[in-house]
Design a protein around this ligand. Structure first.
Ligand SMILES: [Zn+2]
Length: 179
């Protein structure tokens, strides 16, 4: 979107209206991005695919590129903790840096440590919106767990702990064969 590419403009039209970007547009964006040179040694997709149709499209993209997915990581966190994490999250209006009221507070309340900008709560991190997002996850994204388990590439990780601990678990899971 920052480059004002035709596809980026298409996506930003949905976002400025507050709509979700449709699967067809997201899939095209991913396909273009994966063709860039820095993806050649491998890549990590974060937050995509989120639905079964997206996963099927991704399979199609990768097939035409003669690539396959090596692993799918499922980071498991109890609902109570997800709500706590998202409700306490604060984002810098200016540079986008992330903080958390309890887990990663800024030095001065409401002020970004990195650039001095104002911290705000994103609309979709408010507690009432978070429970709606969790329902969307249950309905649309959770079915991907079985989808990838059946393909033998799902790896499950305990997502409760410090960033460093969870990071270690992720790397260990990638080094072990999938279950
Ligand atoms: Zn900032």
């Amino acid at each position: 979107m920052a480059d004002q590419s035709p596809l980026g403009k298409e996506a930003s039209a949905y976002i400025t209206r507050g709509d979700l970007v449709p699967d067809g547009v997201i899939v095209k964006l991913v396909a273009e991005r994966l063709k860039e040179q820095d993806c050649e040694p491998g890549f990590i997709l974060d937050g995509f695919p989120r639905t079964i149709p997206q996963a099927q499209s991704l399979e199609g993209i990768l097939q035409t590129m003669e690539l396959g997915l090596q692993s799918v990581l499922l980071v498991q966190v109890p609902t109570r903790i997800i709500i706590e994490r998202l409700a306490g999250r604060r984002t810098c209006k200016n540079c986008g840096a992330l903080f958390h009221l309890n887990l990663n507070p800024s030095t001065r309340e409401g002020i970004c440590d990195r650039c001095g900008g104002e911290l705000q709560q994103r609309d979709d991190d408010r507690e009432e919106t978070v429970s709606a997002r969790l329902k969307v996850y249950e309905n649309q994204t959770a079915p991907l767990i079985d989808y990838y388990r059946q393909r033998g590439i799902l790896r499950e990780i305990d997502g409760v702990g410090s960033v460093a601990e969870i990071g270690k678990r992720l790397i260990k899971a990638l080094e072990e064969p999938a279950t």
